[in-house]
Design a protein around this ligand. Structure first.
Ligand SMILES: [Ca+2]
Ligand SMILES: [Ca+2]
Length: 243
C-alpha cells in the first residue's frame, strides 16, 4: 500500500503482540507538570538552552516559545529518560516500537491511522507541516500547500478525531514525534522476533515514531521509523505511555 516506505521499514513482516493498553493521547504539559510538582520528574528543558527549537527560519538551541507550552499541548523538550520516568510515575511504561505501530495502524496494513486516504483528501486528520505552518514560518519551505490542518505549531492533544486509529488512539500521526522504549536499529526488521519484539539489545539511539507538525507528509506515516540520541530534546518530540 505504502510506496513511501524507506529501507528501515523493510522487510514487511507479521508481528504478534501480547495484549496491552496505550494512552489515547500524547502526554500534555499539564500532565507532565503534575509529575514535576510531585518531585518525580525533571522539568522540561524549555529555557536552559538544551532544547532544539524552530525559530521560524532555522533550528536553534534556545527558549521554547510560550505558544507551544499550553497545558493541553503535548509536552516537548523532554528526553528519553524524562519520558521513561514519567511513565514509571504513572505506573506505566513507554510502548515498544511494535506496540506503538499496532496502536497506530491496527492489523490491516494501512498507511495512516485513519486509513490510506492521502493528505488533502481525508479532511483534517493530523497536524503536520501544512499550509498553516507555511503561512506562519517563512523558512518552512518543505511544508505542503495542498493540506491545511489549521495549526502552525503543536495542537492541543486530541484535536483530530477524524485521524483516530482503529483503536481510537489520537495524534499517532503528526503533532509530535513520540519516544518508544526500543533502541533504534535500521536493520532490526531483518532480525526481529515475530512475537513481542522489543528492539535491538543495545544502541545509541532510541526510537521515535509518527512524525510531527514540523515534518512533510512522507514523514507522517504509521510505519515510518526514526531514532535519536536519548538525550535529544526538541520542540517536536514528546511521548505517550503504555501498560
Ligand atoms: Ca500543522
Ligand atoms: Ca504524535
Amino acid at each position: 500500500v505504502d510506496k513511501e516506505c524507506s529501507s528501515d521499514e523493510k522487510p514487511g513482516h507479521r508481528v504478534y503482540l501480547d495484549a496491552f493498553r496505550i494512552d489515547k493521547t500524547e502526554v500534555t504539559f499539564g500532565q507532565y507538570r503534575a509529575c514535576v510538582d510531585a518531585g518525580r520528574c525533571h522539568a522540561p528543558h524549555v529555557s536552559d538552552g538544551t532544547c532544539n527549537v524552530w525559530t521560524g527560519t532555522a533550528w536553534d538551541k534556545g527558549t521554547l516559545p510560550s505558544s507551544v507550552q499550553g497545558a493541553n499541548q503535548p509536552v516537548v523538550c523532554v528526553d528519553w529518560d524524562q519520558a521513561n520516568a514519567y511513565c514509571g510515575w504513572k505506573g506505566r511504561r513507554l510502548p515498544t516500537e511494535a506496540e506503538w505501530e499496532k496502536a497506530a495502524r491496527g492489523t490491516d496494513g494501512r498507511k495512516y491511522s485513519w486509513g490510506n486516504a492521502a493528505y488533502g483528501s481525508a479532511g483534517k486528520v493530523a497536524n503536520i507541516a501544512d499550509r498553516a505552518a507555511k503561512g506562519r514560518f517563512s523558512g518552512m519551505s518543505w511544508a505542503t500547500e495542498s493540506y491545511d490542518d489549521g495549526f502552525a505549531e503543536t495542537a492541543p492533544v486530541g484535536s483530530f478525531p477524524a485521524g483516530a486509529s482503529p483503536y481510537g488512539a489520537l495524534d499517532m500521526i503528526g503533532n509530535v514525534w513520540e519516544w518508544v522504549a526500543d533502541w533504534y536499529k535500521d536493520t532490526y526488521y531483518s532480525e526481529a522476533p515475530s512475537k513481542n519484539p522489543r528492539g535491538a539489545s543495545s544502541g545509541s539511539y532510541r526510537g521515535l515514531r509518527g512524525g510531527s507538525w514540523n515534518n512533510l507528509p512522507e514523514n507522517d506515516r504509521a510505519s515510518g521509523r526514526n531514532g535519536f540520541d536519548s538525550a535529544y530534546r526538541s520542540v517536536n518530540l514528546g511521548f505517550r505511555c503504555a501498560q
